[in-house]
Ligand binder design. Structure first.
Ligand code: FMN
Length: 390
């Protein structure tokens, strides 16, 4: 039996026979423009923006342009299976939703809508620490679909341990520790608008609802909301954290730990030495280190270093089905989709997230089949060529 994501195209074409065209855009650039129309400018800028010159985000796309598929012909591709195994669960395709914080600035139902939309297709969500709904609310929305929790690793162990325990109790399958955001980068779009949503009290649901966090609040504070925001700002990130502290965190964690933000093969090795169960090669969509290499350029080196030992996942710049195919062919077990689903959420809530996923999954299944592959395992480096001129 084939995965069948490709059938979405026939649903659309058949609609055309009775005069219907899709309400929602079929590609990322058009969905992004629709989101721009419906969002307040500062919210659009927060999602669209990257660090400083935004050259890292451009490099992410250039890195994809440099890898081209070299399709094979006349193999039997009628039966296709896109599924992959991760941490004992079967995913319908090598795709998860990347953690995107503070989704309440995009849609009232925020992360709950995202998890619900993705769950209709069995696609896992990685919930950000800085979310507009709690760990528990989003677990309920995801239902039986696997989901992971992303940790912005705070300065206080009591808060860290409490967040991880809540994620384990709520049924999350893994925790993704983001290593690249121990402080926020220089982000001109947000600076121009003097806009950081957290300082307006947004995206703090997991902190407000956390007993270890609230235990540290000053009960006599004149302005309780301001006290929450200031305590959040003081514990959010910790520039003193090191690999040995990560080893300790892995020991304490009730869930398998992946790290996110790996680019250097030596860091991949240090992460494995610290005991992680997996990692995400990512440059945070170009939002942290300006002038960094395109994230896809970092993937082969990390896969070659540790890919036989732990699953290596990838994000930063994934926009189409071919992008998924290329990343998987370079050794990614799965990819995380970022900004494209945020635009879908802004435009149409849970339906928008589902629509974006149906589009990219159909595109991926067709690209894979047309390239002569029927399983993700058949996507390998033999299917790729470099285009250095791109
Ligand atoms: C608006 C926005 C918010 C994000 N919030 C988080 C977050 O809370 N935690 C995290 O680990 N990564 C966060 N990321 C990074 C994403 O998880 C992912 O690495 C990135 O979006 C990939 O780049 P792309 O969207 O350009 O493909 C965020 C990205 C964006 C665009």
């Amino acid at each position: 039996m084939s995965s069948g994501f490709n059938a979405f195209q026939y649903e659309i074409y058949l609609g055309g026979v009775v005069g219907e065209t899709p309400d929602l855009p079929m590609d990322e650039p058009t969905m992004r423009e629709r989101a721009r129309e419906v969002l307040p400018p500062e919210a659009f800028g927060y999602v669209a923006g990257s660090a400083s010159s935004e050259s890292t985000e451009a490099a992410n796309r250039r890195a994809f342009d440099r890898w081209r598929l070299r399709p094979r012909m006349l193999t039997d591709v009628d039966t296709r299976d896109l599924s992959v195994e991760l941490f004992g669960r079967t995913l319908p395709a090598p795709l998860l939703l990347a953690p995107i914080g503070v989704q309440g600035i995009l849609h009232d139902e925020a992360e709950v809508a995202t998890a619900r939309g993705a769950a209709t297709l069995g696609v896992p969500t990685v919930l950000s620490t800085v979310s507009s709904y709690t760990i528990e609310d989003v677990a309920e929305a995801a239902g039986d679909t696997p989901n992971w929790f992303q940790l912005y690793w705070p300065t206080e162990d009591a808060v860290t341990d409490s967040l991880l325990q809540r994620a384990a109790d709520a049924g999350y399958d893994a925790v993704v520790v983001t290593m690249d955001t121990r402080m926020l980068a220089w982000r001109p779009r947000d600076l121009h608008a003097a806009y950081l949503p957290f300082l307006h009290g947004k995206g703090l649901a997991n902190y407000r609802s956390d007993p270890a966090f609230t235990a540290g609040l000053d009960e006599n504070a004149e302005d309780p909301e301001q006290a929450i925001i200031m305590r959040w700002a003081s514990i959010f990130g910790d520039p003193t954290q090191t690999w040995s502290m990560l080893a300790d965190l892995v020991q304490r964690s009730p869930l398998p730990v992946l790290v996110k933000g790996v680019q250097h093969p030596d860091d991949a090795r240090l992460a494995v030495d610290a005991g992680v169960s997996g990692m995400v090669v990512s440059n945070h969509g170009g939002r942290q280190v300006d002038g960094a290499m395109g994230a896809l350029e970092a993937l082969p080196g990390v896969v070659d270093e540790v890919g036989d030992e732990v699953p290596v996942l990838f994000d930063s710049g994934v926009r189409t089905g071919a992008d998924i195919a290329v990343a998987v062919a370079l050794g990614a077990r799965a990819v995380l989709l970022g900004r494209p689903y945020a635009w879908g959420l802004a435009v149409a809530g849970a339906d928008g997230v589902r629509h974006v996923l149906r589009c990219i999954l159909a595109d991926f299944e067709l690209t894979m089949a047309l390239s002569g592959a029927t399983t993700c395992a058949e996507l390998d480096r033999d299917l790729l060529v470099r285009d250095e001129g791109a």
